[in-house]
Design a protein around this ligand. Structure first.
Ligand code: LER
Ligand code: MN
Length: 271
């Protein structure tokens, strides 16, 4: 069964980003459950700022799950990533992600590697960057396996990474990894820029699909842009997707209006 998640950012530096709720987790959870969401996707500043026992208790009170935990603050707030030219920074990036994998694991959720994949730039060739990315995903994927959760790898659009932008390339890459514990995250916003067809992109992901950032073309709530969601939902059904659709959407025109539109659209498409 597909379940509905909404994003909550706890990162002041991410203001203006695609997070429906940008406030404390208790308040966001209260609103999320009142609106009919089943889960929250948490974007923390770092793992050590959160207490998994307290979050578990808070979410249990609301009967909410954690859909996933993002690692992007390592890039946003610190400018670390897995393909940085400096070894020391690559190591810090990996340690930062590992701590979030541990936090997510304790919350029964997977961690996401999106912005933390980085890019090839300056002295770092594409070959080198891809080698470091593979190394990082192999190690972190195996680390996540101890919690029996996958590590989610998210291809981004060309303006955010020059590594892997399209589902076909991402599937080939993930299939070539030593770890079998990496799944792919389909973000419809990025795919709308990069794929000839959203439907075909999802079909390419097939059984490797582990999570969906389900938003419209302009990163607003579904229905506020120009994506035709019928074929997208059809493709998710065809690949047997049974995870979360998660609203990594801009809080426009305001967080509550966006959240309401999201949950109503999800219910109409998947209900
Ligand atoms: C970034 O654009 C994005 O989509 C995030 O989910 C990656 O961390
Ligand atoms: Mn995303």
């Amino acid at each position: 069964m597909i379940r509905f998640a909404v994003t909550v950012s706890l990162v002041p530096e991410a203001r203006g980003g695609p997070f429906v709720f940008q406030e404390d987790l208790a308040e966001a959870s209260r609103k999320a459950v009142a609106l009919g969401f089943h889960a929250v996707e948490i974007f923390p500043r770092s793992a050590d700022e959160l207490d998994p026992a307290r979050i578990t208790e808070l979410l249990a009170r609301h009967n909410l799950k954690v859909a996933a935990v993002g690692t992007g603050a390592g890039w946003l707030a610190r400018k670390w990533h897995l393909c940085h030219a400096e070894g020391e920074i690559r190591a810090q990036a990996k340690a930062f992600i590992k701590e979030i994998v541990d936090l997510a694991g304790r919350l029964d959720a997977p961690a996401i590697i999106g912005s933390m994949q980085g890019r090839s730039e300056g002295s770092v060739t594409r070959e080198q960057a891809m080698e470091w990315l593979a190394e990082g995903l192999n190690e972190l994927g195996e680390h996540a396996a101890r919690y029996e959760r996958p590590l989610l790898y998210e291809p981004l659009n060309r303006y955010e990474t020059n590594l892997l932008n399209r589902s076909r390339d991402a599937v080939d890459f993930v299939s070539s990894l030593n770890t079998k514990n990496v799944r792919l995250l389909a973000d419809l916003f990025h795919m709308n820029i990069e794929e000839a067809s959203l439907e075909d992109g999802i079909l390419q992901y097939g059984g490797l699909l582990g999570h969906v950032h389900f938003v419209d073309s302009n990163r607003r709530a579904p229905g506020m842009g120009h994506i035709d969601f019928g074929p997208v939902v059809g493709a998710l059904r065809k690949v047997g997707y049974g995870g979360f659709v998660s609203a990594e959407a801009l809080p426009l025109p305001d967080p509550m209006a966006a959240a309401r539109q999201i949950v109503e659209t999800y219910a109409r498409l998947f209900g």
